[in-house]
Design a protein. Sequence first.
Length: 546
Amino acid sequence: MSNYLLEYYEKINSGEILVGKELKIVLDGLVKDLQNPRYHFDLKPGNIRIDFIETFCKHTKSPFNGEPFILELWEKAVLQVAYGFKMADTNLRRFNEVILLIARKNGKTTFIAAIDLAEFFLSKGGVDIVCASNTTEQANILFEEINNMREQSKALSNERRSKKNIFHIYSPKTKNKIKKLSAQSRNKDGYNIEVGCIDEVHEMTDSKVYDAIKQSQSTKEEPLIFIITTEGTTVGGFLDNKLDYVRKMIKGEIQDERVLPWLYTQDSVDEIYQDKKTWQKSNPSLGVVKTHHYLEDLMNKARHDLATRVTMLCKDFNIKQLEQGSWLTFDDLNNDVTYNIDDLRNSYAIGGVDLSSTTDLTVALLLLIKDGKKYVIPQFFMPSEVIKRRKEEDNVPYDIWVERGLITVTNGNQNDFTLVTQWFLMMIRTHEIRPLWVGYDPWNSQYWTKEMEELGFEMEKVRQGIYSLSEPMKQLEADLKNGNVIYNNNPIMKWNLANTQAKIDINGNIQPSKLGSKYKRIDGAVALIIAYAVLNRYKLEYENMI
């Protein structure tokens, strides 16, 4: 009986197969765990599913339509590892979650469909298998792929074994069901899910679909969720949070033996352009499902077309990208370094504020320098009566951010700027972080400014014009690219930076503007640029104080 994990690992070590550093670290750990007395590795559960798929499942799409589904080595390795590692003391499955990040056109939807069918026919009975995605349309695509694969096989489509209606695929004998679920589903409760497969999570802004599946598995001894996706352009969403978590696992910062990350990623952007052989790192089915000439043609077009390049790097090489026209790339703005606010205690800072119109996002932040790094402490404010509407319009999880304390809620339908004043006072009294100057745009701020000045704050006008913001915006850009701005991995700040476009005049001056839609909030970026503008004015004085 073949051990596909070891076979895959040996071909990687010999150089026959290329994978990125992230997956190599994971595989190194798995091979070591074969000798770890905490686990034992059983080949049978994975092989049962491999045999079922290769015996009964067929491809449904051109040019392979009707051909038997012969799994590739990497797919066999995933299945053996996901199902085969057992806890030695209980003999229960070790992994309850698999996160497979893989570039498009590598057969992932077909792979998920086959896994779901295997679970449907191999499970004992009375279980729900769920195919899920962000949208109903995407969940339908996966569901139809499962059904098409079922119908390709006379054995599987026999009415004594399985039937289909508009709601689900079900077994008259075992009462097993395959159901659809999406973020748009009205009712996400009442499921009895044994295995859940979530496809294309890159557009999910929150974890509601995942949570619904996870909660339905609370009574299961061996629950399992497959999350299979490509990279995306949504910032601060479900996928970003998941990848942040598993990458901390890979670095050894978090210990979690129940989650299996299997990430097909490149090690750099440069290698994509310099060595075609490295394309296999994010495209394990290259040459079998996905063709070389497809990627070569795309690469040639991407050299001359920015929109194609952004999509290609994101979808074909799993390198996080932002929308075309963004001021910064994701690598530029992304900094997952966090801090403990107690470590910043007893410091002098510079304040930056962007007071919104009455119903939008307001931002107050403190910028301070310590050990050569610029630390940003942001707080956001929003009226309670507009949060639900803004959540739907902006397509971001404002409710979750409120729960985490990242947004202070103002009662009613207008922002109460007194709460901004109270936040600055709290930072002084509770954390001993005192702003020497507070920068603000004088628009819509007359009464609030007077309130702050009466409490002793030194207020600095910074108008939102191209001449006042250009230089500080350029300085912020340089600091972000050098990793010198630590904003505590705040998802709202990250989202705001990602939404910011640099509006350029004929002299090369820049100022922030919204990227595309009016629902692209940039308030956090504006407040930070304002703080930089004040820092420029008082650089010597501030440095002497610290």
